[in-house]
Design a protein around this ligand. Structure first.
Ligand code: ADP
Ligand code: SF4
Length: 707
């Protein structure tokens, strides 16, 4: 197929200082949970994007000095020559496919705790970031930087920039965003200095100017110098000489960087979940930058539609289409547009599971793309899968995310696949969940797989087919995959923090009952100890349909886990605006239609609230009766020619959609595989060449001053 000429503009080369990007697709810096301890995984992960057609592929955040240490969060380092060799694997891998390699040099300042390096964190004025996210909290306050520290910071940036050049990078960043050190200088709340670095915006921006200057001097004519900056707060601040301080700042620096990489200020707004923000949500903040600089501008917005991308360029908002999440969900997005296959793009759903993996300090995971992070350690490629290892036929029972991903990947391998689905429509849990407030974009998990499956003649889907064990035996496929999902339980939450104590009777419901159309009479209480999205989204759904709703949880916040996916702040706002009453740190201990009794999670206090319907969103258990029944009939299985019966997805272990998709994909990859190739390779840091004495000398002078 050929490229739609409408999208030709996306494939124009763009000059960035001394280097040229082959097209406008720019995989921006983003954390991916792979530190210098996983150099091969990291290189292959970034390489796959370059292979997929991105014109520029950047690293995640890379610390320039031990005084910027984000442990235990997974950050990279560029502190010495060993780190240079480790990062050179990335630039070499990216170059193999004709892309430019960018590196995001970073100093965390007062937002990091230096837990591992144990040096006092640095900040403009000793002001700490009092984060509400437990991962970012700490009990060490930063100290104020003096003139020597500022000189040292500039030296560290220059030294790191020289290392970046030696490591083969084409674009070297100054990072002034997201609460990190240079950003802290920009805002008067952080920066109360009375010297040349505080006070007026011209003074507050001085450190960024000097960082850009020393970086340029360090990299010479070989590399471009990019400025990554957060503009949300500054745009909200008035300026005497410009429409806002953001305008004033861009005017002051104008053509100093070779590239402006513009973004918002906090992870929940910058990487906003689709539940609350549409594609292109950055535009109202960053649209003015291009008017004030002659340098190219890159920005993000969860862009997956080529028309939206073209719109950004034609309307003069951006020159380069930045992407973190869309490049994770589909590393081959540019190639697909180039080849006229935009309908094949596996669109990001905006669930932010990828971001949760950084918070979890593990390599990136993705709901849409099960191969992400597995490119090196399992050898999984997002677009290629080995051919079938036999002529087996496979029956997949259940067409939820697990069953669909499994059938699709088996079908691509060339197996004969039948899918039986009890309901009249495929989709499993997505059938209901995508109808809940804000979750429509999650339907892309189903839509993409449905469209891909329709093209596979060797996969047949039988809707309205609830299979029994006897019927499965009669069908006699070689392999049977049980993907029948899970059910929510009517269990309460014990003082030991485990689900216990079954509650039955009228007025007691689970999300399955709501999905199946149960009549829920108000006032309603949603009792959530699942802690992810279901409790809060159901509360919002019921409140918006006119019910009086109370949300009860033993946790301290609504949807406590959703802090990991950047959703929690907006979940609280959504519940508030829907009029939902919040009862946190509370357990349900009794219910009689009309009244619900709550007991304090850490106290014995009891409260009674009016309640006619209680919706319990707590434990889920696998719907694996079919599996148990078949497993109990080994002789019948043999007689029917069935060689294996396996469970995948929620039928194996209930989890989020990301787990179901991964589980289905893994089954399909591993069928008939050589057992020696199963499991995963373990990555390891490159052997050190720098002697420990030399390495410590490199940082000693500065660290002595810092302690
Ligand atoms: P997962 O997230 O693991 O894919 P889901 O709950 O989303 O699980 O999907 C499971 C699907 O299995 C549902 O669509 C359900 O209707 C279907 N299912 C359950 N039991 C049977 C059965 N006996 N035969 C066919 N389909 C079934
Ligand atoms: Fe998009 Fe979700 Fe994948 Fe992240 S995990 S890239 S938000 S689909």
């Amino acid at each position: 197929m050929v490229r739609n000429p409408r999208y030709d503009i996306l494939f124009e080369p763009v000059r960035i200082g001394p280097v040229t990007a082959r097209n406008r697709f720019y995989a921006v810096p983003h954390a991916a949970g792979m530190t210098n301890s996983m150099p091969h995984m990291r290189a292959k992960f970034r390489e796959t994007k370059a292979e997929g057609g991105w014109g520029v592929v950047c690293t995640g955040y890379v610390s320039i000095h031990p005084s910027s240490d984000d442990a235990p969060l997974p950050f990279a380092t560029l502190w010495d020559e060993d780190d240079v060799r480790s990062h050179a694997l990335v630039s070499e891998a990216v170059h193999r496919h004709g892309a430019l390699a960018g590196i995001e040099l970073w100093h965390g300042g007062g937002s990091v705790m230096n837990r591992a390096s144990r040096t006092a964190p640095l900040s403009p004025s000793g002001t700490s970031w009092m984060a509400t996210h437990v991962n970012f909290m700490g009990n060490q306050r930063p100290r104020a930087m003096d003139a020597h520290d500022i000189a040292a910071l500039l030296r560290w940036q220059a030294e790191a920039a020289r290392r970046a050049r030696r490591a083969g990078f084409d674009i070297v960043y100054v990072y002034a965003g997201m609460g990190y050190l240079p950003y802290e200088f920009l805002l008067p709340e952080w920066n109360q200095r009375t010297d040349a670095y505080g006070g007026s915006l011209r003074n507050r921006v001085r450190i960024v100017r000097e960082l850009l200057e020393v970086t340029r001097e360090a990299v010479g004519e070989r590399c471009a110098v990019a400025l990554r900056i957060s503009l949300e707060e500054l745009r909200a601040r008035p300026s005497e000489v410009a429409p806002s301080e953001a305008h004033e700042l861009v005017g002051l620096l104008a053509d100093l960087p070779d590239l402006w990489d513009v973004k918002l200020d906090s992870s929940p707004t910058d990487c906003a979940p689709s539940r609350f923000s549409p594609e292109g949500s950055h535009e109202p903040i960053v649209e003015f930058v291009k008017k004030l600089t002659r340098r190219p501008v890159v920005g993000v917005g969860r862009f997956t539609s080529p028309d939206a991308m073209v719109g950004q360029i034609r309307r003069g908002v951006l020159d380069l289409i930045g992407a973190a999440r869309p490049s994770i969900a589909d590393p081959f997005l540019p190639r697909k547009i180039d080849e006229g296959r935009e309908q094949d793009i596996r669109e990001c759903i905006g669930c932010n599971i990828c971001i949760s993996s950084w918070h979890d300090s593990v390599p990136v995971r993705c709901t849409q793309n099960p191969t992400i992070g597995e490119e090196w350690r399992r050898g999984w490629h997002p677009e290629r899968i080995p051919p079938a290892g036999s002529t087996s036929s496979i029956l997949v029972v259940g067409a939820g995310p697990a069953g669909l991903e499994c059938a699709l990947s088996l079908g691509r391998r060339g197996y004969e696949v039948s899918v039986a689905e009890a309901a009249d429509e495929i989709g499993g849990r997505l059938r209901f969940e995508t109808r809940l407030p804000g979750l429509a974009a999650w339907g892309r998990v189903l839509d993409w797989r449905r469209a891909q499956l329709e093209r596979l003649p060797n996969v047949s889907i039988y809707r309205g087919n609830r299979l029994t064990a006897e019927e499965i035996l009669e069908l006699g496929n070689t392999h049977v995959v049980i993907a029948t999902g899970a059910r929510w339980a009517r269990l309460l939450y014990s003082a030991l923090e485990i689900p216990a104590g079954r509650l039955e009777g009228p007025g007691i419901f689970t999300p399955d009952d709501v999905a199946e159309g149960a009549r829920i009479e108000g006032p309603v209480a949603v009792y959530d100890f699942d802690n992810y999205y279901m409790g809060s989204v159901l509360a919002e759904h019921l409140a918006r349909s006119g019910q009086r709703v109370a949300y009860v949880t033993p946790a301290g916040h609504a949807s406590a886990w959703a802090i990991m996916s950047n959703e929690q702040p907006q979940i609280h706002r959504a519940l508030f605006s829907a009029g939902v009453a919040l009862h946190t740190l509370s357990r349900v201990t009794a219910f009689a239609p009309g009244e619900l009794t709550l007991t304090g999670q850490f106290t014995d206090t009891t409260t009674r609230i009016p309640c006619r319907s209680l919706v319990i969103v707590g434990a889920r258990f696998a719907s694996d009766a079919l599996h148990q029944s078949l497993a109990a009939q080994p002789e019948e299985l043999t007689a029917a020619g069935i060689r294996s019966v396996s469970r995948i997805g929620d039928a194996l272990a209930p989890g989020a959609i990301v787990h179901a998709v991964y589980s289905g994909h893994r089954y399909a990859r591993e069928l008939d595989a050589d057992p020696a190739t199963l499991g995963f390779r373990r990555d390891a840091p490159l052997a050190r060449h720098t002697t420990p004495a030399a390495a410590s000398r490199a940082a000693r002078g500065d660290l002595e001053r810092l302690t």
